[in-house]
Design a protein around this ligand. Structure first.
Ligand SMILES: Nc1ncnc2c1ncn2[C@@H]1O[C@H](COP(=O)(O)OP(=O)(O)OP(=O)(O)O)[C@@H](O)[C@H]1O
Ligand SMILES: [Mg+2]
Length: 308
């Protein structure tokens, strides 16, 4: 089943993101469900992308298993049968949840987007090229767009409820969550990112930057939550096309972006919602990119049983 709008579940709906739906199971657990929605230029497309939700959830699950020995995380299960066993009211919704649902330990979320950048790109490149700084702190002069940053930059932002996140200094993080938590969030972000980029790069994907979220579980432990090192929370670049000094193509969304750029240039789309309809070729090319990202990173074929 390919899903843009998830059928109602017999759980309390907590929030709808651009891509995911969050439900409360009980005081200790949440259900995160990734739909097949895709956004580009901050606009959510009408057409769902086959397999995208399952790719996002199963990439996160794969990374969390790789990290398990070193990092406390929120995943309880990403297997639909285990989830139904744990939450039997979901039994009638198996087809909608297969592959895309993750049962998670519920936490109190720290209000910080822990962005970590291994390459100079996006809003960081914009600020650096204009002012030589990132979040007001100066960086070495003379760097080019998309240049590799060693060590990576911890570049936190506020978690804005609406509109764009605002870059903040590490000092502001310490004021918000306390110095000890701030230090730990930076350490964990660096650790997970370094592990991630060193696994992905030889497999043909550069993880240019990424965003982590952390929360505190009921026992008080700092816990890695949300999605982890997915194409939606990160910039994935094809390693074989990498060259500094220019922007890089996106591993997953480039066919979609190119199509939308064309529609804009032709005057058929103004860049706001509603988006233009996507041709089937763009939908299937995008789906293939997401499946390829999963395959390359994990070395496995996505289990498509029950998906279509
Ligand atoms: N274990 C957890 N405990 C508490 N909250 C969590 C946990 N894991 C994830 N969350 C929260 O779930 C929400 C996921 O919804 P979010 O709005 O980010 O969806 P999304 O599809 O990623 O959309 P967007 O593209 O708008 O970010 C986030 O607010 C995140 O902080
Ligand atoms: Mg999100």
């Amino acid at each position: 089943m390919t899903i843009a709008q998830l059928e109602p579940l017999p759980l309390q709906h907590l929030r709808r993101g651009k891509v995911r739906e969050v439900y409360i199971v009980d005081d200790d657990r949440l259900l995160l469900v990734a739909t097949d929605r895709v956004s580009a230029f901050d606009v959510v497309m009408t057409e769902p992308i086959p397999y995208k939700g399952a790719v996002l959830t199963q990439i996160t699950a794969w990374w969390l298993r790789q990290l398990e020995a070193d990092v406390r995380h929120h995943m309880l299960s990403a297997d639909v049968d285990e989830i139904i066993e744990a939450v039997p009211v979901l039994a009638d919704h198996r087809a909608a949840l297969v592959g895309r649902a993750m049962l998670c330990r519920r936490t109190e979320v720290f209000p910080i987007e822990c962005v970590i950048r291994g390459y100079l790109s996006g809003s960081a490149w914009k600020e650096y090229s204009a002012q030589g700084t990132l979040a007001g702190e100066s960086l070495a002069p003379g760097m080019r767009e998309s240049e590799r940053l060693d060590p990576p930059l911890f570049s936190p932002a506020t978690k804005a409820e609406s509109g764009h996140d605002e870059n903040i200094t590490v000092a502001r993080v310490a004021e918000t969550v306390g110095p000890d938590v701030a230090t730990e969030l930076e350490r964990l972000s660096r650790f997970v990112y370094e592990r991630g980029r060193s696994i992905a790069a030889p497999r043909g994907i550069i993880i240019a930057d990424t965003k982590f979220e952390f929360g505190r579980d009921r026992a008080g432990n700092i816990t890695l939550i949300d999605e982890v090192l997915t194409p939606d929370s990160s910039r994935f670049w094809p390693a074989d096309h990498y060259a500094p000094g220019r922007s890089q193509p996106s591993f997953d969304k480039q066919p979609l972006r190119d199509y939308l750029d064309g529609e804009r240039k032709a005057g058929r789309w103004n860049g706001d919602a509603p988006p233009p309809p996507l041709p089937e070729t763009v939908v299937s090319a995008t789906s293939a990119r997401y499946l390829d990202a999963f395959r390359r990173i994990t070395g496995l074929e996505l289990d498509r049983t029950g998906l279509s």
